[in-house]
Design a protein around this ligand. Structure first.
Ligand code: 8X3
Length: 250
């Protein structure tokens, strides 16, 4: 039987690659994002296996109505990929833009929380389902300017583990993927407010992970037998390692 997934942030980057991969693997995908034009292009490419659903995860009312707003036949979700997320700015906490902080919390924390809460009842009724949350290595390895972004991803990790505790015995599984450096997405450009040159510099001379690597991981987790749960999985490109603690010498 064809399985159905819902992917947030499906208009670009990881979400787009994950949607593409799931469809290639025989899934049907409800692709959620704010940008209708990007979703329409993905629909054009992937066809009827992809359902476009325009959604802003920070719109609490739309998220609360999410399960009921899906068309008949698309409501029995086997997989939720909580992918929508962003980093805004890399300034130190003492000078960082508060609006950027609020947006990160609204999307990475509140949005993820609300989407999860909206879709959990259906999974519990059916006694099966999988939630895959996109975290980050930034959750566990702090770096200058990572402040609220890292903290929001630490939330994603801990929320995943909390869900795991709550969902024991229900048949619903939950996983957190924590990638390090991934290239080929708009993540870095968004982080630097559209400064493409600065964004590109991050990946200069490195061979980072790709969105397809993340999609591969989601596909692997989603294909595991029902008795297996990946709690947390951390990924880095071969050229990256957790940084040593900083020391300020006089
Ligand atoms: C992104 C990882 O290290 O580029 O989640 O902030 S990092």
């Amino acid at each position: 039987m064809t399985k159905t997934a819902l992917v947030t942030g499906a208009s670009a980057g990881f979400g787009e690659a994950i949607s593409r991969r799931l469809v290639a693997d025989g899934w049907r995908v409800v692709a959620c994002a704010r940008r209708a034009d990007k979703l329409a292009a993905l629909h054009e490419e992937l066809g009827e296996a992809l359902l476009v659903h325009v959604l802003d995860v920070t719109d609490a009312r739309a998220v609360a109505a999410l399960a009921d707003s899906l068309p008949e036949g698309w409501r029995e979700l086997d997989l939720l990929v909580n992918n929508a997320g962003l980093a805004m700015g890399m300034d130190p906490a003492q000078t960082a833009d508060l609006q950027g902080w609020d947006t990160m919390v609204a999307v990475n924390v509140t949005g993820l929380m609300h989407v999860t809460r909206a879709l959990l009842p259906g999974m519990l009724d059916r006694g099966r389902g999988l939630i895959v949350n996109l975290g980050s290595t930034a959750a566990n390895y702090a770096y200058p300017g990572g402040n609220v972004y890292g903290a929001s991803k630490a939330f994603v990790e801990q929320f995943t583990l909390g869900l795991k505790a709550d969902l024991i015995g229900t048949g619903v599984r939950v996983s957190c993927i924590e990638p390090g450096m991934v290239g080929g997405t708009e993540f870095s450009a968004v982080r630097f407010g559209g400064d493409q040159a600065r964004a590109a510099k991050v990946y200069e001379g490195v061979d980072p992970l790709t969105p397809e690597d993340i999609a591969e991981t989601v596909a692997w987790i989603a294909g595991l037998p029902p008795h297996m749960n990946v709690n947390l999985i951390e990924l880095m490109p071969t050229c990256q390692a957790p940084a040593a603690p900083a020391v300020k010498r006089s």
